[in-house]
Design a protein around this ligand. Structure first.
Ligand code: G6P
Length: 608
């Protein structure tokens, strides 16, 4: 999400910044900009759209010259893609320019504070608070000032900052969001990722959280927030450029699986404040919710599978009836929808033709529409009455992973929010759920760290002809996604079945060596799943089970068991799906398939 490049040296900065940004295009963006120190003053140019639009603007409105600058490609989160919301952002007097990648979680509070101190905001971004904060806290020493900013700001950030008192140096700092320093000969760089600087140098520093860097053309100094200098060993990059663009991973899908802890944290943490679920900009108040007699969830593909999970968690938490429908069905089925229905549409791209049409149909029938969307400013985000953004960042692999995972979290947040507003949940239970949400990124991290075990199981069965996924209730909902992941990237026939339904027909297909993935994480139904495993084992199936840690009795029945960390039942689908994503990935990888671009599939289906 977003790309940053910074340069200080002896050459013209603009072409180097644009070249570097072009190497970060894979991260996804919808606007771009540069700030350059020109004759001791900061000059900024920015434009909505591709880098070519920015270049055109630079050519037509007069070139900016100077040997130091920062550049940015923005993937909109706070505020739609526009010239004004594009980075760099200037402080009130134009003394400072800032580029930012990440999310400032307490930006509303900071914005209110700065407004009370006379600062005016011209953009809708969270980043603009940083530009004004730097000016507000400026002591004349940029390391001291940045240390103060780090103390005040919550969330994730990689920042590059120009100050016109310092025409030959600029500063950078990062927390959670990526930022590297490139060490050249008479020139130095910052960048979100290695490819941006690989044409100039292979020597880099990897920065730890809250290390403050001061760069000039012939020196790079790194400081702690206490102002102590840190000595680092440079790292020599040997990768070829295409590998580096995927952050060193072979496929975007794998990279995106690994990004899930971060994506989930970005989606949930700004929405949890002082022990409550806070959904900013959402107008669902208790009076409105009380009048609802139904919630309809409408989506396509994996987003539809999120809806199936959503039905279970919203009904369980709020007792409001929920229907889930595939968007292409909903739009033609004469659905029972009216002003007492809340229609929730879920979409990563916000551009899926059937989902847009279904949303319009719901509106036409009088329903309020609530969109869970990843792409800011997309058609669905613009047209829905309420938008709850998932902050997964750009997803490039056709097979979704991190967008699906953040959408699941949006369902948990929505169900908890409704329960809280209707006072259906007591504080103790709400606290337990919030604690479970907050632990989720670490739990998922521990699952992905166990990837070799899943790779081993995949190596045994990647030639399977058919794979069945079984589960009950929430596990059934997740099995739909596990099965889809496998079929879409490995081209293996696969079906997801509610485990109790198997014996009404499909069990006839189980024979010697059939692979069955049994999801056994729903605690009250664990014994029932053991019985289902016995049924398929008796017919020769090989069983790979997914179970919570501690449920070791399953080892007696299943051939392989993948354990996931114990957690509250509300959030378990988020854990259960991860081994299934990894299994599909490794199977496809062992088959040597084009994982990121599977045959016949498109990332965004904009036709009916
Ligand atoms: C395509 C993608 C899926 C996605 C579905 C819905 O089929 O390959 O990963 O789930 O579209 O897309 P949306 O952008 O609306 O979430």
């Amino acid at each position: 999400m977003c790309g940053i490049v910074g340069y200080v040296g002896k050459k013209q900065a603009v072409p180097i910044l644009i070249d570097g940004l072009s190497k970060l295009e894979y991260r996804g963006y919808d606007s771009a900009g540069v700030a350059v120190m020109q004759d001791g003053k900061i000059e900024v140019k920015k434009a909505k759209g591709r880098l070519a639009v920015l270049e055109e603007k630079l050519n037509s409105e007069g070139k900016i010259t100077g040997v130091m600058g920062i550049g940015h490609t923005r993937w909109a989160t706070h505020g739609e893609p526009s010239d004004t919301n594009a980075h760099p952002h200037l402080s009130k007097t134009g003394k400072f320019a800032v580029v930012h990648n990440g999310i400032i979680e307490n930006y509303i509070k900071l914005r209110e504070y700065l407004t009370s101190k006379g600062f005016e905001f011209i953009s809708e971004t969270d980043t603009e608070v940083i530009a004004h904060l730097v000016e507000y806290y400026y002591t004349g020493n940029m390391v001291e000032t940045v240390a103060k900013i780090v103390e005040k700001v919550e969330g994730s950030y990689a920042l590059g900052i120009l100050c016109d008192d310092n025409p030959d140096t600029f500063v950078a700092v990062r927390k959670e969001s990526p930022l590297i320093v490139g060490l050249g000969d008479g020139e130095n760089f910052i960048a979100s990722d290695v490819p941006a600087i690989l044409g100039y140098t292979r020597d880099v520093y990897f920065l730890e959280n809250d290390e403050i860097v001061v760069l000039s053309s012939d020196d790079v100094k790194i400081y702690t927030t206490d102002g102590d200098e840190i000595k680092k060993e440079p790292f020599r990059v040997n990768w070829d450029i295409s590998a580096a663009e995927k952050g060193g991973y072979e496929h975007f899908m794998f990279k995106e699986i690994m990004e899930q802890p971060r994506a989930i944290k970005d989606t949930i943490s700004p929405r949890i404040q002082n022990g409550k679920i806070v959904l900013d900009d959402i107008n669902l108040n208790a009076d409105y919710i009380k009048k609802l007699d139904k919630i309809y969830i409408v989506a396509c593909g994996s987003a539809y599978h999120v809806g199936v999970v959503g039905k279970y968690v919203i009904e369980d938490m709020t007792r409001i009836p929920v229907e889930v429908s595939i968007a292409s069905e909903f739009r033609y089925m004469n659905p029972i929808v009216n002003e007492r229905t809340l229609t929730v549409v879920i979409s990563q791209s916000g551009e899926t033709a059937d989902t847009i049409a279904a949303m319009r149909e719901a509106k036409r029938l009088g329903s309020r529409t609530f969109a869970v969307v990843n792409a800011v400013g997309s058609a669905i985000a613009r047209e829905a009455d309420d938008v709850l953004y998932t902050w997964a960042g750009p997803e490039i692999s056709v097979a979704t992973t991190k967008a699906y995972s953040t959408q699941l979290n949006a369902m948990y947040l929505l169900s908890l929010y409704i329960a809280q507003e209707l006072e259906l949940i007591d504080n103790a239970r709400l606290n337990d759920c919030i604690e479970a949400l907050e632990k989720l990124p670490d739990n998922i991290q521990s699952i992905v760290e166990n990837k070799e075990e899943i790779q081993y199981i995949a190596s045994k069965y990647y030639n399977a002809k058919s794979v069945f996924f079984l589960g009950r209730t929430l596990d059934y909902a997740v099995s739909l996604e596990g099965s889809l992941k496998l079929k879409e990237i490995s081209y293996i026939h696969s079906e997801a079945y509610a485990a109790g339904e198997l014996k009404h027909g499909t069990i006839a297909l189980i024979e010697e060596g059939t692979v069955v993935v049994a999801l056994c994480t729903v605690k009250p139904l664990f014994d029932k799943m053991l019985s289902n495993i016995k049924e398929v084992k008796a017919r020769g199936a090989v069983v790979i089970a997914i179970a919570e840690e501690g449920h070791t009795e399953i080892e007696k029945e299943a051939d392989y068991v993948i354990y996931i960390p114990k957690s509250d039942s509300l959030v378990l689908p988020s854990e259960t799906v991860v081994p299934l994503q990894l299994f599909a990935y490794y199977v496809a990888s062992l088959k040597g398939l084009d994982i990121d671009k599977p045959r016949n599939l498109a990332k965004s289906v904009t036709v009916e």
